[in-house]
Design a protein around this ligand. Structure first.
Ligand code: AMP
Ligand code: MG
Length: 371
């Protein structure tokens, strides 16, 4: 039977806090219990990564399939060598450049991390967050902290403590409220175990399994051979592309209403979405559009929400999950969204949108290529 908790909300002012206020939370982690806490990317649902029981509790609280591995959070760079084994030089270079920060590195798993935490894999995903509350909590707990996003499996990730309460109230003993997160999209994941042979020499070719705030362009400044995994850039859900990150194969971030995204020239997208909105309204459905500052005034839907200005990808990223959740609150039944360019952080935004829409993408440009 599931254990019922009276979930405590611990408010922490990130600009002025005494780490000692985190001791009750750290104590819960040390005792094998779960705590939701802020990071710079999204809120995490933490548990002791070395304790198989704690990992099982994470899977149960989220309703997450247990073959979907958890990211292990550390508080010092050197700990990468404790949770990983035969860590390649390239992983150390990435860590040196981007840690603490929104980058997760996949390396071979050390014995200290049980397979329950890694979804049965012999590799482990590791991250050193830059968020001061997260780092202080991990340090004080005295354990490495396995932490997936603090949402119910399948729902948009949580970027505020209120969202964690929505999904996890009664299922875990504590949520730390550190205010809204900075980035709003999950970390970039780079697989540093992918070996290739060039001219008879073995070499690691890093693969981006999940795009994020640390872009491919930035990673290539450290290692020019870095590539996207084919599943990341695929525009269709292709069952033939084997998912390297098991999480890639599950439905994600989905709002409750039917969600379709439209790509093409702005005027064509607006016209096409308005056509669909009209059709859905005639059927009595509550319609919503995920728009931008530039387009929001042109839509006829019941609910129109702007993600921000098109050229401000960071603002769009930070608001995306909030807005997807707000559609559920407002009871949106048919949701239409615009697409974004796949450069820089835009790749991460499109990756989350495509998953949220279950790869339902409609092209609005003329197939002859005419404008
Ligand atoms: P979340 O914790 O919800 O941000 O999701 C974690 C993501 O990291 C999932 O998509 C996992 O599949 C991926 N991941 C974690 N560990 C590994 C690993 N050892 N190999 C490949 N992907 C991993
Ligand atoms: Mg997640």
């Amino acid at each position: 039977m599931e254990k019922e908790y009276k979930t405590e909300l611990l408010k922490v002012d990130r600009n002025n806090f005494d780490p000692a206020c985190l001791l009750p939370a750290a104590g819960l982690l040390a005792a094998g219990e779960l705590v939701a806490f802020p990071t710079e990317t999204v809120y995490g649902l933490g548990g002791n990564a070395m304790d198989p029981g704690a990992s099982q509790r994470i899977y149960a609280a989220k309703g997450r399939p247990s073959d979907n591995p958890l990211i292990v959070h550390i508080s010092e760079k050197e700990e990468l060598l404790k949770v990983g084994r035969d860590v390649p030089e390239i992983a150390l270079r990435f860590a040196e450049r981007f840690w603490p920060g929104p980058l997760t590195l996949i390396v071979k798993r050390a014995e200290i991390i049980p397979k329950t935490t890694t979804g049965g894999l012999d590799t482990v995903a590791v991250r050193l967050p830059s968020d001061e509350i997260a780092r202080a909590l991990i340090r004080l707990s005295g354990v490495y902290v396995a932490a997936p996003s603090a949402n119910k499996s399948g729902r948009p990730s949580t970027t505020r403590a209120e969202h964690c309460m929505e999904d996890l109230d009664g299922r875990i003993p504590m949520v730390i409220d550190g205010g809204p997160v900075k980035i709003g999209l999950e970390s970039t994941i780079v697989d540093c175990t992918n070996e290739t042979t060039e001219d008879g020499v073995k070499k690691i070719k890093p693969l981006v399994l999940r795009p994020g705030y640390i872009t491919l362009e930035k990673l290539r400044e450290i290692e020019p051979a870095t590539e996207y995994d084919p599943a990341v850039i695929a525009r269709v859900k292709n069952e033939n592309i084997k998912a390297k990150a098991p999480g890639m194969k599950y439905r994600h971030y989905a709002p409750k209403g039917a969600f379709v995204i439209y790509e093409g020239d702005a005027d064509r997208v607006i016209a096409r979405i308005n056509e669909e909105v009209g059709r859905m309204k005639a059927l009595g459905r509550k319609t919503a559009v995920l728009a931008t500052e530039e387009s929001k005034d042109f839509y006829d839907a019941d609910i129109v929400v702007s993600l921000g200005r098109r050229n401000n990808e960071e603002e769009i990223a930070a608001r995306l999950f909030d807005v997807l959740r707000s559609f559920d609150e407002m009871g949106a039944e048919a949701i239409f969204g615009e697409c974004f360019e796949t450069k820089g952080v835009g790749q991460a935004i499109m990756n989350r949108l495509m998953k949220a829409a279950g790869y339902n993408i409609v092209s609005c440009n003329d197939i002859t290529g005419k404008k």
